[in-house]
Design a protein around this ligand. Structure first.
Ligand code: BGP
Length: 477
């Protein structure tokens, strides 16, 4: 039996702010990502009351400023992707390369030309570009002056930007996503919404208001893109974390249900089904959120312009235990929770769970009935160059193999799965730690946490393995 459809979009994924570097080149403006310090404490810092988006020139701890220099080396990188046989490459456009502060009337032609060249390079190798319009970045100016997405004016500014890039590339790029991990709003308001404590990131009312503005902006872009070319496919993008209630205690199951609605369900309901779900009122009550401010046609826009597909990132599952207050906690899981005794954890404390992916794909597909695209998945690990000058990343191969096996089972379950673009197909700067040492790639980049290194590229063992996976369309794992 064939496991994967013939047009399955095997590939890899990156994001502008984590790989491009060149943070002020060719007219680019500063983005919020450029003002995010590096190091393990970076999330803690942006959650501190006194964080104010200032960039202290005396420190070089802004890893996004150099990234992996993909801005200059994209041709070499895409050639390597092509060598692996990629059918698709998911990358993001930096808003600030097109509108440096977000407020300009005319776009920056140098920014558009850059992405034109990236797209052309992909097409030369028959690689389908998959573009995230906003991946955890926005003009810093809009965060500072407008307080990020809590300001309704962001809708029009974003739509202006999206319209420029979609019109420019509509005849070359079919697959788009409006916001990376839109449901990251509660967990990472700085990255996701451009909001920090001094501008309201601890205020749930403002957070949900900001999220509503993104919903409206996304629906407007879906509408616009379909008017430009009805062949275009515009997706949403969500973090998905399969949830389990500890043991079979009903209280844990119901707590798990509520958490699942909040993390996995809420944004999908709005963007894929076109309506705020029935549990919205209960959830808002829990957070003390009053009815949101809405313009007259907001709900109609959301209803009539749902997304064409659901893109998801999948890294971990989560366990809820509300019965045992002493239950061991898992250290690094972005979605928190108790320790699952049946699962391994990554070096960064993420509870990895391949079978959970099959469960998640089934749940998403049966609930929202939209094609699914796994646009992020992977293992962040410390890679070591051994004496033979190679990187034997069998742990990464094992991780990916297990997840691909579960994808095949989900397809056999009837799930419409469009493609798979593992995260950080080339090593890049980690979003949560701002460091290089948490590596995901099939391709190693010689750069350390302090920015030192040649930036040379080197194939890991997983490179040849993934090449074979693609060449056999997932038959040989
Ligand atoms: C997702 C983000 C990515 C990426 C990935 C891995 O949440 O969309 O930008 O970074 O997580 O996370 P990290 O880099 O923290 O390991």
């Amino acid at each position: 039996m064939v496991k994967f459809p013939t047009n399955f979009l095997w590939g890899g994924a990156t994001a502008a702010n984590q790989c491009e570097g060149a943070h002020l080149e060719d007219g680019k403006g500063l983005s919020i990502a450029d003002a995010m310090p590096g190091g393990k404490e970076r999330f803690k810092k942006v959650f501190a009351e006194d964080f104010d988006w200032s960039i202290d020139a005396s420190t070089n701890t802004y890893p996004n400023h150099t990234g992996i220099d993909h801005y200059h080396r994209y041709e070499e990188d895409i050639a390597l992707f092509a060598e692996m046989g990629f059918k698709s490459y998911r990358f993001s456009i930096a808003w600030t390369r097109i509108f440096p502060t977000g407020l300009e009337e005319t776009p920056n032609e140098l920014g558009l030309t850059h992405y034109e060249k990236v797209i052309e390079t992909c097409l030369k190798y028959n690689i389908e570009p998959v573009i995230t319009i906003s991946h955890y970045e926005m003009p810093l100016h809009l965060a500072k002056e407008f307080g990020g997405w809590q300001d309704r004016r962001l809708i029009d500014l974003y739509v202006k930007y999206a319209e420029v890039v979609i019109r420019r590339f509509a005849d070359k790029v079919k697959y788009w996503m409006t916001f990376n991990e839109i449901n990251g709003a509660l967990h990472f308001p700085a990255l996701s919404l451009g909001m920090v404590p001094s501008t309201g990131s601890t205020n749930k009312q403002l957070i949900f208001q900001a999220l509503h503005h993104q919903f409206v902006a996304s629906a407007k872009v879906v509408k616009l893109a379909h008017e430009i070319n009805d062949e275009l496919k515009i997706g949403m993008m969500t973090i998905y974390a399969t949830g389990y209630g500890m043991d079979c205690h009903p209280e844990n199951q119901v707590a798990n249900m509520e958490k699942g609605q909040e993390i996995n369900g809420f944004c999908c309901s709005v963007q894929a089904l076109g309506e705020y779900p029935a549990y919205t009122e209960r959830m808002f009550k829990k957070y003390g959120v009053q009815p949101l401010e809405m313009a007259e046609d907001d709900l109609a826009l959301i209803k009539h312009h749902t997304v064409d597909y659901i893109g998801l990132s999948y890294y971990m599952s989560t366990v809820i235990d509300v019965i045992d207050p002493d239950a061991a906690k898992v250290a690094g899981n972005l979605t928190g929770g108790a320790k699952n005794p049946h699962l391994p954890t990554s070096d960064w404390g993420w509870q990895t769970d391949a079978i959970g992916l099959r469960i998640g794909l089934n749940e998403l597909y049966s609930t929202y009935k939209k094609p699914l695209f796994i646009v992020e998945n992977g293992l962040g690990a410390i890679d070591v160059i051994t004496e033979d000058g190679k990187i034997h990343d069998d742990y990464r191969i094992d991780y990916l193999r297990q997840h691909i096996e579960q994808m095949a089972l989900a397809i056999a379950d009837g799930v419409d799965l469009m493609g798979y673009t593992p995260w950080g197909c080339i090593d890049l700067v980690s979003a949560s730690t701002g460091e290089m040492s948490k590596r995901y790639g099939f391709i190693y980049v010689d750069k350390d946490d302090n920015g030192n290194g040649t930036y040379n590229r080197m194939k890991k063992d997983s490179f040849d393995w993934y090449k074979q996976v693609i060449a056999t369309n997932g038959e040989v794992l």
